[in-house]
Design a protein around this ligand. Structure first.
Ligand SMILES: CSCCC(=O)C(=O)COP(=O)(O)O
Ligand code: ZN
Length: 218
């Protein structure tokens, strides 16, 4: 029985935590957990993700084929499949927020956004003072296999995060709790960076370095 199974309940619970933050605007976002070694559960495509019903999740094979259902899995299932294929992650989350879209746009030319000397990078297991969190930013082609080809080389460990330009963020971790932690930490860091940039702008070109010393002026 898929409905009411441990993976179903885990996915429903993390979906509720994301819904509580309003992180499914316009039916966007999709989530997946491993069901067993041969299959996963993924959110149904195009539905309102704030509610949970028997039709919220689709059981699919490791190739993305629906199992015993006419429900349509997320259009972005291929990205989740790649994560599960290349890592030991048990949960993969994708949401669109205003902050992650603005960050992806502002830092697109760099190909990534970097955070250093920020307490919350510890959520990603980065505990040293010299550690740096690097979140790649990739293009957003409409064709999902093309997007997946851009995405795949950046899947490097059992937990991680990646931004898709003017689209959203993907995070993955060993289970829903870890994936949620990474997502929440990333969104905190994006919010911080945007507010810092704004504060620097209002300070009329006074930029602060890592030690909060003024380093440049217009
Ligand atoms: C209306 S959002 C456009 C598609 C998308 O980016 C997304 O995250 C939701 O797609 P799904 O097929 O998973 O509902
Ligand atoms: Zn999306």
């Amino acid at each position: 029985m898929i409905i009411g199974s441990q993976p179903w309940n885990e996915l429903a619970a993390v979906k509720q935590r994301l819904a509580d933050r309003g992180w499914f605007p316009g039916t966007s976002g999709n989530l997946a957990v491993r069901y067993d070694s041969d299959s996963l559960l993924v959110t149904t495509s195009g539905i309102n993700k704030y509610d949970t019903t028997d039709d919220s999740f689709v059981h699919v094979t490791n190739n993305g084929e629906p199992i015993d259902t006419s429900l349509r899995p997320s259009l972005e299932t291929l990205l989740h499949l790649q994560i599960f294929e290349k890592t030991n992650a048990g949960c993969s989350l994708h949401v669109h927020t205003v902050n992650n879209n603005v960050i992806s746009s502002v830092y697109k030319a760099h190909g990534n956004i970097r955070f250093k000397n920020q307490e919350l990078i510890k959520a990603f297991g980065l505990w040293e003072e010299t550690d740096e969190l690097v979140i790649p930013i990739i293009d957003n082609p409409a064709d999902i296999p093309t997007l997946a080809a851009l995405f795949e080389p950046h899947i490097r460990g059992d937990k991680g995060a990646m931004l898709i330009w003017n689209h959203g963020i993907n995070v993955w971790g060993k289970d829903a709790a870890e994936a949620f932690k990474l997502l929440e930490a990333a969104e905190f860091l994006f919010d911080y960076q945007l507010k810092l940039n704004q504060a620097n702008y209002y300070n009329r070109g006074v930029y602060l370095n890592d030690n909060n010393k003024i380093t440049a002026k217009w």
